[in-house]
Design a protein around this ligand. Structure first.
Ligand code: C2E
Ligand code: CA
Ligand code: CA
Ligand code: CA
Length: 275
């Protein structure tokens, strides 16, 4: 409808994208097999917004390719999912986290959350339980709490069988967080049905706090809903003090974001908060 030239351009973008994806996919296969040390993890601290106390951390994967340089997870996670490589990638992620955690003595603050991002497809993968087991046992040793983050849109499409998998995790003391909450238009009924513990308010709402009254109302409504369902709430992507203050006023007392701390290497995090 838009005309011939638009159609042409679209096709070009498409084929460029698949070419780029092809390149990333090939590099992924190669690196996972021959140079897994290119993949590493960083940790973004999470805080109590009123006391600045550390309450947990989110694990984020990093890939520094020998020739290409750093590649963002936004670019390669999806390719991993589509090409069936996510389990291999997460094996590497888990190995990194376990190495870091095992360096700790038990003389660290207790009760900290340790959150791992899990792709929807992994809930359908029988290997998931064994994959996260070493993290579950390390966190248990430290008196910490393992958490799995799954995006809202993915959660909504989980079949009953995988919902039961979520329930099983809950019984094991693994907490489930709904990532990017607010972007998937979930209903109260559906949230109520799922064995979840935490809502992570997507940063697009946090970013607009203070600009638009509507966003304030949305976050406020989400917090009311979370309270009614007895879920914990954590805000992500806090970049300004004004946003932080708005959240505290709305009684959202947990958060993470560049304002407080960027994702960082284990050495830095542990030196600053765990010694
Ligand atoms: P996410 O789970 O929503 O993670 C939060 C992203 O926001 C991270 O980007 C983080 O660095 C960034 N961020 C944190 N604070 C701020 C802030 O104040 N402002 C802004 N603008 N950004 C902030 P990152 O590390 O590039 O990760 C992107 C996405 O890749 C993640 O989004 C997650 O969906 C996925 N991902 C990362 N690591 C893993 C992993 O180990 N496994 C899986 N399955 N997915 C992962
Ligand atoms: Ca996340
Ligand atoms: Ca998120
Ligand atoms: Ca996200």
């Amino acid at each position: 409808n838009a005309g011939r030239s638009c159609f042409h351009r679209f096709r070009q973008d498409e084929s460029e994208r698949s070419l780029q994806e092809q390149r990333v996919a090939e590099a992924l296969v190669e690196s996972l097999k021959t140079t897994p040390e290119e993949f590493s993890v960083v940790y973004q601290p999470q805080f109590d917004l009123t006391s600045d106390r550390l309450i947990g951390m989110e694990v984020l994967v990093r890939w520094d390719h020998a020739d290409i340089g750093p590649i963002s997870p936004a670019e390669f996670i999806e390719v991993c999912e589509r090409r069936g490589l996510i389990h291999e990638l997460m094996e590497r992620v888990v190995a990194c986290v376990v190495a870091d955690l095992s360096s700790l003595t038990t003389a660290v603050p207790r009760g900290l959350g340790l959150a791992l991002n899990i792709s929807a497809g992994q809930f359908a993968d029988a290997r998931l339980l064994a994959l996260i087991e070493p993290i579950v046992s390390q966190t248990r040793r430290l008196g910490w709490v393992p958490e799995l983050e799954i995006t809202e849109t993915h959660l909504m499409h989980l079949s009953p069988r995988y919902r039961r998998q979520l329930e099983a995790f809950g019984r094991d003391g693994v907490r489930i967080a709904v990532d990017d909450f607010g972007t998937g238009y979930s209903s109260l009924a559906y949230l109520h049905e799922l064995p979840i513990h935490i809502l992570k308010i997507d940063r697009q709402f946090v970013a607009r706090l203070g600009e638009e009254r509507r966003d304030l109302q949305i976050v406020s409504a989400v917090l009311g809903m979370a309270r009614a369902l007895e879920l914990e709430v954590i805000a992500e992507g806090i970049e300004t003090d004004a946003q932080r203050q708005h959240l505290v006023q709305l009684n959202c007392l947990k958060g993470q974001g560049f304002l407080m701390a960027r994702p960082m290497r284990w050495a830095q995090l542990s030196q600053r908060w765990l010694m």
